[in-house]
Design a protein around this ligand. Structure first.
Ligand code: SF4
Length: 661
């Protein structure tokens, strides 16, 4: 897991080359990892270690009880009897895709630990995945369960995961049969012995599982299948049941196979009985749960960051919202992540406080597929006397001017994203707060004003444009025109001093003409983004574009336009970066530079990496430093250490106006 996510970091943090993982839909898809991915991923993937936070009692209860209540766990699947273990079953979780997946893997870790599983880090050969420092493959320490949390945003992302699953499958087939009694399973009153190929359970979690569903469980002509269990993004509470059933199913199938008995499986457990396939695949079976929920937020499950506190990243993710209602024509997210829902604010603030006080996180990244449409509807009338819901007639109060959405928002205006941002920022001035991934429509004036008035709310705003052409935006169903978008940019500049912007762009969307592409180029020049996440359009089934539009831009043209978008971004950003020279930035120190251990590395508030000489290790991880910039590149600034500081002192020195002076 560690090395996979490191590799992803390399691919996804660059703005200079098309990424092979992640996606264009990152406007809120989160699939385009922002720069903070790297630090976060490093922490999540650190070696196998002690559990830092034991799951709360409530989460244990909820975890077991709600699997049937919320996800139908044990319902449609016909759960088998719980298995008692003689030893803790080992689980390796590998994460692909966006920050939401990283955060979800922490939820998975929490759920499984609460059920007695032992999390391990299974490092295997990744040469096929493009890593230079691949280690030797070994199957001797293969965990009993391997879960792969996946991304479905682009075809390429899925293909990579399939390659990985085949790699695991091949390793699994090489696992020698168990040779001691500890590998016996006690199932109810029956003791069985694990067969060689029953020793490892491979599970597919997340968006790809949700999209492909039972296909992953079907056996190919050789009798092999890619996965033993599948769990969609809203089914993680049900994982213990799915794993138990897969282990039992593997064991009993294997014994029957040895005896030559005929095996009968349900639709999702193989293809031995094609005639029995139902027209509509069930969403919940013994080994699959892809039921999407309209309420699941994993609110009371405290996601488990692994590792020792001192090794943890300075940056922590806190998921505040799940799903998306926007139905952008190109995006698979509404189909793999379901309807939009917000987590209650109290649990969010509590989690953020724990990250800050107990794990020394100095940066919280609030996550959601459409993060700034957050609305805490759990605040009752008693708690919020003037609580109102927003209807279509009042959308101007919730949306930025000139923006619209296909759905009428129902929101608690008294506890919206601006209020949550304020509350999380209030935890401490030493906590930097970012959020991703937003939709531009959800930047009403009150949010811009809140960001302006709150020093530790990041002034780097992600404003995913996707295209600079009004006609393309219409086809994309983005709900705004180029003019509305530019008005919003101007408004943000007027309200928030020294605001900076990042964005996502898709090249070669259905029907995109050269003229429309040029509109995107001109938008890049006009706005002058700090960061850009750029992708060639990849058609996904189920989306509106796949049904109503034609993916008619030749791949060659897509790639050429993408290269032009990247080149334009780089030229503009390079020129803009010159303006950084001589400025003194507030830098959150992330640690020692990998290239030179006499230097420290960290992030300025505009998302730029800052590297500076760190004599006598004056600046330590998690501290703030004032750094004066003397060289500036597109992504990295080189500077000189001025002094140690605190965020509070820095903000006071410049009147809380900006993140540099
Ligand atoms: S549908 Fe939602 S997740 Fe997908 S791009 Fe649109 S806003 Fe983002």
């Amino acid at each position: 897991m560690m090395r996979t996510t490191k590799m992803m970091t390399k691919m996804m943090t660059t703005t200079t080359t098309p990424r092979t993982r992640g996606a264009w839909s990152s406007s809120s898809s989160l699939s385009a990892s922002r720069w903070w991915w790297s630090s976060k991923a490093a922490a999540l993937t650190s070696h196998r270690q002690n559990v830092v936070f034991a799951p709360k009692e409530s989460s244990l209860r909820s975890s077991s009880s709600s699997s049937s209540a919320n996800n139908g766990g044990g319902g449609g699947g016909g759960a088998l009897k719980p298995r008692q273990r003689r030893k803790r079953t080992t689980v390796h979780v590998e994460t692909y895709g966006c920050q939401m997946n990283v955060s979800d893997s922490e939820v998975v870790a929490s759920v499984l630990t609460a059920h007695g599983y032992e999390l391990v880090d299974f490092t295997t050969q990744r040469a096929a995945f493009g890593e230079n420092n691949a280690t030797t493959t070994t199957t001797t320490n293969m965990p009993e369960v391997i879960l792969v949390n996946t991304c479905a945003i682009r075809d390429k992302a899925e293909e990579r995961v399939k390659t990985r699953l085949r790699q695991f499958r091949s390793m699994k087939s090489q696992v020698p049969p168990p040779h001691d009694s500890s590998s016996s399973l006690v199932v109810g009153a029956t003791t069985t012995t694990k067969s060689a190929n029953a020793t490892v359970i491979i599970g597919v979690l997340g968006c790809m599982g949700e999209r492909i569903k039972g296909e992953l469980l079907k056996k190919d002509a050789k009798g092999a299948r890619l996965a033993d269990i599948v769990a969609g993004p809203d089914s993680y509470r049900d994982l213990p049941r799915l794993i138990e059933n897969a282990i039992l199913s593997n064991s009993s199938s294997s014994r029957k196979e040895k005896k030559g008995e005929r095996i009968i499986r349900d639709d999702t457990d193989g293809n031995t009985s094609p005639s029995s396939r139902k027209r509509f695949e069930p969403k919940i079976t013994e080994t699959m749960n892809v039921e999407l929920s309209t309420t699941e937020t994993y609110s009371e499950i405290f996601p488990m960051r692994r590792g020792r506190v001192e090794d943890m990243s300075t940056s922590a993710f806190v998921t505040i919202q799940r799903g998306c209602d926007n139905m952008c024509a190109f995006c698979i997210v509404p189909f793999t992540r379901g309807r939009e829902r917000s987590r209650d604010s109290a649990s969010i603030v509590e989690e953020a406080k724990k990250r800050f006080y107990e794990e020394n996180a100095r940066e919280i990244v609030l996550l959601g597929q459409n993060v700034n449409s957050y609305s805490d509807k759990t605040c009752s009338a008693e708690e919020s006397p003037s609580s109102t819901t927003i209807t279509a007639a009042k959308t101007n109060a919730v949306y930025a001017e000139g923006f619209k959405s296909v759905y009428v928002p129902i929101r608690n205006q008294d506890y919206d994203f601006a209020k949550l941002l304020k509350d999380v920022c209030a935890i401490s001035p030493e906590l930097r707060v970012r959020f991703t991934s937003p939709h531009p429509k959800d930047f009403p004036d009150n949010l811009l004003q809140t960001i302006a008035k709150t020093p530790n709310a990041s002034k780097l705003l992600h404003m995913p444009a996707q295209s600079g052409s009004t006609s393309v935006l219409e086809r994309m169903n983005r709900g705004y025109s180029r003019e509305a978008y530019l008005n919003l940019i101007d408004k943000a500049k007027a309200i928030i001093p020294d605001v900076a912007f990042s964005s996502d762009f898709i090249s070669g969307f259905c029907g995109e003409t050269e003229e429309e592409h040029e509109d995107t180029i001109s938008l890049l020049k006009q706005v002058q983004y700090e960061q850009a996440f750029t992708f060639a359009y990849s058609l996904r089934e189920k989306t509106a574009a796949s049904k109503k539009l034609t993916d008619d831009v030749p791949e060659e043209t897509k790639q050429r336009r993408l290269a032009e978008v990247i080149e334009t971004f780089r030229e503009v950003a390079k020129e803009k970066a010159k303006g950084e020279i001589g400025k003194t930035h507030l830098v959150l120190v992330e640690g020692v530079s990998k290239r030179d251990d006499t230097k420290a590395t960290g992030r300025a508030d505009n998302g730029k990496r800052v590297v500076f000489m760190n004599e006598d290790e004056k600046s330590k991880k998690g501290e703030y430093a004032e750094v004066r910039i003397r060289e500036a590149g597109v992504n990295t600034l080189i500077g000189d250490f001025v002094k140690k500081t605190t965020a509070k002192a820095f903000y006071e020195a410049n009147g809380g106006r900006a993140w540099y002076f």
